[in-house]
Structures are given as C-alpha cells and as structure tokens.
Write a protein that binds this ligand. Structure first.
Ligand code: 5RP
Length: 230
C-alpha cells in the first residue's frame, strides 16, 4: 500500500479532518478510516484525548491507521469487543450529490466498509475536488488472488476496463491488509451506482468493491479553514 501518511499538507483535507474530530464526544466508539484526510482526524482525536481528557475508543480500518492512532495516543479496540460504533469517519476518492461514494484508493475499502456499516453514523471527510455530478473514477475491487482471472473476465463483460493494481511499474501486485489483490476498474460515468454495486458483489472472487451507499454526510473542507457539510 502506498504510504499516504506522507502526502503533502492539504489545508482543505485538514479543515475537513479536524471538523470531523469535533463531532466526537466522550463515550463514543469511533471507526477510524484510512488515508491522508482522516489522518488529520485521528491526530486531532489524539490531541483531544491528551489535552481535553476525551474518553473514546477507536476501531481502525488498516495497519496504516493503526500506526497513526497509536502514535497519536487514541485508545483502540476491535469490532469483536465493540461491535457497534457511534460514528465512523473516513475519506473518499469521489462522491456525488446523492452521497454515493467510491473508496479504496488506499486499498482499505473492505475493512472500511465493515467498520462504517458497523456505525450509527458515517461521516466522509473530503476536499472539494472529490465532489462529482456523476461518479467516474475507477472502482477499486478487492479480489482473492485465486479468482483474479474470472473477476477480470467478468468485469470486462460488464463493460469495465480492469487493471491489477501494482505498487509501481517494477513491483508486483499491491497486497491488501487481508492478503488479497486490488483490481482498479474504470467504467466511465457510473449512472447507476447501486445497480453496478449489485453486479460487482455477485462476481465470485470479489471480496468487496469500493462503491459505498451508506454515507450519511460529507464534510468538505476549504483552504480558508471553513467546512461545508452536505
Ligand atoms: C482508502 C480510502 C481513502 O479514504 C481514500 O482513498 C481517500 O484518501 P485521501 O484522504 O488520502 O485522499 O478509501 O482505502
């Protein structure tokens, strides 16, 4: 997985990430997503734990977020111990005005979907560039390595253009935290995300696709520090 912690400072992402941390209150169990935007949230939660005695537990969606949370001092638990979360906060690669979202740019969407579906409220944090009238970025699809060929064939039959994700041109496939591959599949403009999501879930070998239909709100940060919530 690419080290998205090293992404350069973004005032838009920072504004959204810090705003989302302000939604958390003592007693909450919080799903902690993956990526450079929610990293701001996790670090701010750590600051609030240290400086404001915020009493929370977090459930991480990746080893990357686990490392950030541990360094920030956010107490962690698991879904086994805390199966119901008050709130989940995560980034997205793109979202539309109906709050359909595409996630998985960090190859963590399977755990992100499990964690966000375990939460009473799911807040996406984003910069303005990810808002789209119609979803059109590639859909990340986590696949069992054994099923890769069948999945590629099935995605082509659905009109997609699948590419196995590699860390770089000379490296082998990206391996997810679950030991699987990721196929990034372009579909052009996705007019009906729900219908595509159903079709993708039906392909044997697909562990999880990156179309999310459970977003409750999106906090969009601006460079001046303001946040718009839709
Ligand atoms: C990881 C994700 C990320 O949340 C998504 O890629 C957005 O990342 P960033 O906040 O770095 O732009 O879905 O699987």
């Amino acid at each position: 997985m690419t080290d998205r912690n090293q992404a350069k400072e973004s005032p838009e992402k920072k504004a959204a990430g810090i705003y989302a941390a302000s939604l958390v209150k003592s007693g909450d169990a919080v799903g902690l997503g993956t990526g450079s935007t929610v990293a701001y949230t996790i670090k701010e939660l750590g600051r609030r734990v240290r400086e404001e005695n915020l009493d929370i537990v977090g459930v991480v969606t990746s080893y990357q977020s686990e490392a950030i949370a541990i360094e920030a001092g956010v107490p962690l638990t698991s879904l086994a111990e805390t199966p119901r979360l008050t709130l989940a906060i995560d980034g997205a690669d793109q979202f539309d005005e109906n709050l359909f979202a595409i996630k998985g740019g960090g190859a963590a969407h399977t755990r992100e979907k499990i964690v966000s579906m375990s939460a009473d409220r799911f807040v996406v944090v984003s910069d303005p560039a990810k808002k789209a009238k119609t979803l059109s970025v590639f859909v990340p699809i986590e696949v069992m390595p054994f099923g890769k060929e069948l999945v590629v064939k099935s995605l082509k039959e659905l009109g997609g253009d699948p590419v196995l994700r590699a860390a770089s041109k000379k490296d082998g496939p990206v391996i997810t935290d679950n030991g699987n591959f990721v196929i990034d599949c372009a579909f052009g403009e996705i007019k009906n995300p729900a219908a595509l999501a159903t079709k993708l879930s039906q392909i044997p070998g697909v562990v999880e696709h990156g179309i999310f239909m459970n977003v409750d709100e999106v906090a969009i940060g601006n460079a001046d520090g303001t946040v718009v919530v839709i």
